[in-house]
Write a protein that binds this ligand. Structure first.
Ligand SMILES: Cc1ncc(COP(=O)(O)O)c(C=O)c1O
Length: 458
């Protein structure tokens, strides 16, 4: 009884005081919030003790499960020393050790680590670094101060990140605040903007990209891409060789390649970084989310020595990168990130992941045959199930029908937490999820899709 009262009280205070992200609060206030109190492995446990599988890795961050002993311990150990000190004018051991480790595992050629707090801030850092790099490296060449990005891109919610993003539902209101950019069609093969078919298209969508780079490279500081998977766009997976070709084009036209590995980094695609599938080294690489195994907010922008060198000079040259945050290089975050990377080594996380990726692939094949499943896209432990009103015409469900939201609600009643992206059901479990749990997740998603699409005629 006492437990129930406490939950009700918390629920009242949640509705009274909190404003949740990406949430229509009018609707939220009419519902009972699910309040998470504990976690263990792949499960989240609410205030009433009910267990749910964490099908989104708590929004794409958790890797080795909740309450991992080594990660818990790393934070406790660091807390015994100090929680925070600044990187402005000082250094700290976890920040140094983590930077060294990140450079060891990053694509060869990246050699410097600049810390920030989350994916969006790390994107801001990359954009500002790129613009300042060209100003200092090539002052005579004129202003290279805009960016190329793909349509449907999502790089975060701060103004710079929104400027290089292109999800209308999230971004259109803020247009007056955004700086101008150039955009190109993404490799969305299921709904190919060029109405071609892969592989006979031979990646014709790269042609217009080359055209932009050829004609506008003098204005372009960088081309920002989500390597291999445009995640928030709808888990749009690029065909093999696409990223490598982008790298070649950026080199040819002297435009910096910025790889946003916020969603794809740290094993999510089957390798530590998605760029490594195609042996690509970007000029700048943005990481966050899985960096701390889902424990603490921490991010970093990795740069090549060439970029770093362009910022060197006497103080009075004013080539300094005048950017930083209060919690830049936070020791607690860096300590748990180090422990996170140690687990990859000790537990051979990526080796153990391979058969699980294959099993997930096998399992979701059965979902593909459901009548309202248009396409399933998978790269490693990133899965997107695109629901369609009409499979043969690929007619989309109208957003107002909230099909993804309804499937997620149904899955929640059956013990699985997922968060859709419009009509796309996303499965992004922690890398530590067992085969048994994968079976349970896919079975629940299947049942939830069936339940909702059977009753849905809209
Ligand atoms: C590719 C990508 N970049 C950047 C971000 C923004 O990260 P954050 O939410 O930590 O600011 C996200 C978040 O989902 C992302 O998927």
């Amino acid at each position: 009884m006492a437990k129930r009262n406490r939950t009700d009280r918390l629920a009242d205070w949640d509705r009274k005081y909190l404003w949740h992200p990406f949430t229509q609060m009018q609707e939220w206030e009419q519902d009972k919030p699910l309040i998470i109190e504990h976690g263990t492995g792949s499960y989240l446990i609410d205030t009433k003790g009910r267990k749910y599988l964490d099908g989104t890795s708590s929004i794409w961050v958790n890797l080795h499960g909740h309450r991992h002993p080594a990660l818990d311990q790393a934070i406790k150990k660091q807390l015994g020393k100090i929680a925070h000190s600044t990187l402005l004018g000082l250094s700290n051991s976890p920040a140094i050790l983590l930077a060294r480790e990140l450079i060891r595992i990053a694509p060869k050629g990246l050699s410097r680590v600049f810390y920030s707090d989350d994916g969006s801030t790390a994107v801001e850092v990359a954009l500002k670094m790129a613009v300042q790099y060209w100003q200092q490296r090539q002052p005579a060449a004129g202003s290279k101060n805009t960016f190329l990005h793909l349509k449907l891109a999502y790089h975060g919610d701060t103004i710079g990140a929104v400027s290089v993003g292109n999800i209308d539902l999230f971004h259109s209101r803020f247009k007056p605040l955004l700086f101008p950019t150039l955009s190109a069609e993404p490799p969305y093969c299921y709904r190919c903007p060029l109405r071609l078919t892969y592989p006979s298209c031979r990646m014709a969508c790269l042609e217009p990209i080359e055209q932009i780079l050829r004609t506008r490279h003098r204005e372009l500081a960088g081309f920002i891409v989500e390597p291999l998977v445009q995640a928030a766009a709808g888990m749009i997976t690029s065909p093999p060789g696409y990223l490598k070709r982008i790298r070649e084009l950026c080199t040819k036209y002297r435009v910096l390649l910025i790889a946003d590995e916020v969603a794809t980094g740290f094993g999510r695609t089957g390798k530590i970084f998605a760029c490594q599938h195609e042996n690509v080294t970007p000029d700048l690489m943005v990481i966050s989310k899985g960096l701390t195994g889902g424990y603490m907010p921490l991010a970093a922008t990795l740069a090549t020595e060439e970029i770093y060198n362009a910022f060197l000079g006497k103080y009075e040259d004013f080539k300094t990168f005048f950017h930083g945050h209060s919690y830049t290089g936070n020791p607690l975050g860096c300590a748990v990130a180090l422990a996170n990377l140690a687990i990859f080594r000790k537990d051979k996380t990526l080796t153990k992941l391979r058969p699980k990726i294959a099993e997930l692939k096998r399992l979701i094949r059965s979902v593909a045959s459901l009548p309202h499943v248009g396409e399933i896209r998978q790269q490693g432990f990133m899965v997107g199930i695109e629901l369609v009103k009409n499979r043969s015409t690929k007619e989309a469900y109208p957003l107002e029908s909230r099909i993804g939201h309804r499937v997620a609600a149904e899955a929640r009643m059956r013990g699985l937490l997922i968060r859709p992206l419009g009509n796309l059901i996303v499965l992004m479990p922690p890398l530590s999820t067992s085969i048994r749990e994968l079976h349970q997740m896919v079975a629940t998603v299947t049942a939830a899709i069936q339940a909702v699409t059977h009753q849905s005629s809209d």
